[in-house]
Design a protein around this ligand. Sequence first.
Ligand code: UDP
Ligand code: MG
Length: 324
Amino acid sequence: MTSRAADHDRLTIVVAAFNEAESLPSLHPRIAAVLDALDGVEGRVLYVDDGSRDGTWDVLRGIANGDARVSLLRLSRNFGKEAALTAGLDQVERGAAMILDADGQDPPELIPQFVARWREGYDDVYGTRTVREGETWLKKATAHAFYRVMQRLSKTPIPADTGDFRLLSPRALAALRQLRERHRFMKGLFGWVGFEQVAIAYQREPRLAGTSKFSFWRLWNFALEGITSFSTAPLRLATYLGVLTALAAFVYALWIVAKALLWGDAVAGYPSMMAVILFLGGVQLVALGMIGEYLGRLYEESKQRPLYLVDSWRPGLGVSSDRV
Ligand code: UDP
Ligand code: MG
């Protein structure tokens, strides 16, 4: 591990916000207080307004007017958290970046701990949730199951109970920027980048205000995204399923022929025939659907559209360049 002092002089907090007008006014003072107290690191903040439809942009402008370290980026519409974070990280020109949720669930007070680990030479310091307050047991249970399944299916290491709350060193950031895939499963991308990683355990707090933007349907799609982006195991599953049914069918066919030869054939078997046809039809449709999932993603990827579009960019009053 090498730590180059020159790289350790700036930290940009990147916050993606979608309809967070109620949380931001109480979150920003907490971030500002932490940055004020940071020793030897110039702290900056970049808020990305992910096409909010409430007063988020006005709130952010107010915050930026009162704090010269704050830069603002507004996307042309709601692109989703992953794209908003990508947009934010793309703007970070120098130093490390720290990702934080706008709803206060990731406590800014922990930032100094992340910075300390970065100074020790770590490239990817990530927060691991020990307690998730204010979330239903169903969400906790499904999240738990999801991480376990992911770990089984994917060759990319994806630490469990880890969100986007993390600090990326300049070289990890540069590496991440090279991954321009449209379907961005960030947890997986961070894992793919590698380098020196270390976890910091923390208690995930309840939201400051408002409700989660991730409904169950959205989380389900998010899970699908993770699996299809980082594993082709489902495709292989279809192959194995096919081999298995073919084998079973072969054995069954032998049995039918033998039976007909030995005891003659009294035409029968409508129920068993229907059962087999329906079963095979179902299996085929499932396999086709799996292929479709991957094909759809291939299609999205092939269009080569930009990951996000910027509506406006407001560098902080104390920020001279056109990036943070
Ligand atoms: N977010 C975003 N774009 C979206 C949805 C969410 O930028 O389309 C932001 C949101 O403002 C918050 C973070 O992503 O800062 C996490 O969202 P949320 O709290 O709703 O998710 P949860 O914590 O429930 O997983
Ligand atoms: Mg949240």
